[in-house]
Design a protein. Structure first.
Length: 269
């Protein structure tokens, strides 16, 4: 199907350092995404009705390494030929997702929106911690550039890692509407919902006040002028949500990323 977007649920949170619960997120985001209560149109002018190819949620009850399963299932979804949005799950999943994405995109820039850099070498001696995926991603050269936006919980170890990996950082304190991303390659968006101020997305495990608004994040996404080939939306924790507010925000961001995937695709009908 031309002009389609693949969806894949990755209900895994075993590497969360504080509160688990993000594994329950994918079906709740999908429920809001398909609800008759909301418009099916993206702000970019695409009616998303019938455009999502839902690959379901990965089954982690089967034996084996979850990372291998994620990489394999993401690869299978990408084989359909459409841009992919993965619904987490905690942020640890981005590492195996990007292993599969990188094989198909030898040039790739990550635009990462988050309160936290998630670039610890190994938090709590766990190299798969949800605080560490971007250290692994950059060690394995799964992207040419990493741009981190909205950070507001940065320490000296993070700064050392920024230097080590050449990370480009736009902290929340310096974020402005005039921010322009000089992008030259296809793009992967990694959207941690705690990148938003908790006033807009309270349903996260690590609330960090002083973040971006939903409007600012949507505007940033809409400013991307290169093909968006894949994305993840992670760290929604339903146990911390209020009236499904964060699930709705996650669904809205899914729609707007999907709309931009369609807009930036070389050929969409």
């Amino acid at each position: 199907m031309a002009g389609a977007i693949s969806l894949l649920g990755i209900p895994h949170d075993e590497n969360s350092s504080y509160l688990q619960g993000a594994a329950k997120a994918p079906p709740l985001i999908t429920r809001e995404l398909t609800s008759d209560a909301y418009s099916s149109w993206s702000e970019t002018g695409f009616d998303l009705t019938g455009r999502f190819v839902d690959h379901g949620d990965i089954d982690f009850t089967q034996p084996g390494d979850p990372w291998q399963r994620i990489e394999s299932e993401v690869g299978r979804a990408l084989d359909a030929g459409h841009p992919l949005i993965s619904l987490g799950g905690d942020h640890a999943i981005s590492w195996p997702v990007l292993r599969a994405v990188r094989r198909r995109h030898p040039s790739l820039t990550i635009v990462h929106i988050d309160a936290h850099p998630d670039i610890y070498h190994a938090y709590g001696d766990n190299p798969r911690s949800h605080t560490s995926p971007f250290a692994r991603i950059m060690e394995e050269r799964l992207a040419d550039r990493l741009i981190q936006i909205g950070l507001r919980a940065v320490n000296d170890h993070h700064r050392d890692q920024f230097k080590r990996f050449g990370v480009e950082v736009e902290e929340a304190a310096h974020f402005g509407e005039s921010l322009t991303l000089d992008l030259k390659t296809p793009v992967y968006i990694s959207m941690d919902l705690d990148g938003l101020d908790p006033a807009f997305a309270p349903g996260v495990s690590h609330r960090e006040p002083g973040g971006l608004s939903t409007r600012q994040v949507i505007n940033l996404i809409q400013s991307i002028n290169q093909p968006i080939v894949a994305a993840d939306i992670v760290e929604y924790n339903p146990s911390q949500d209020l009236s499904n507010m964060t699930a709705l925000v996650a669904a809205k961001l899914t729609k707007e990323i999907a709309g931009m995937m369609l807009r930036t695709s070389p050929a969409v009908d």
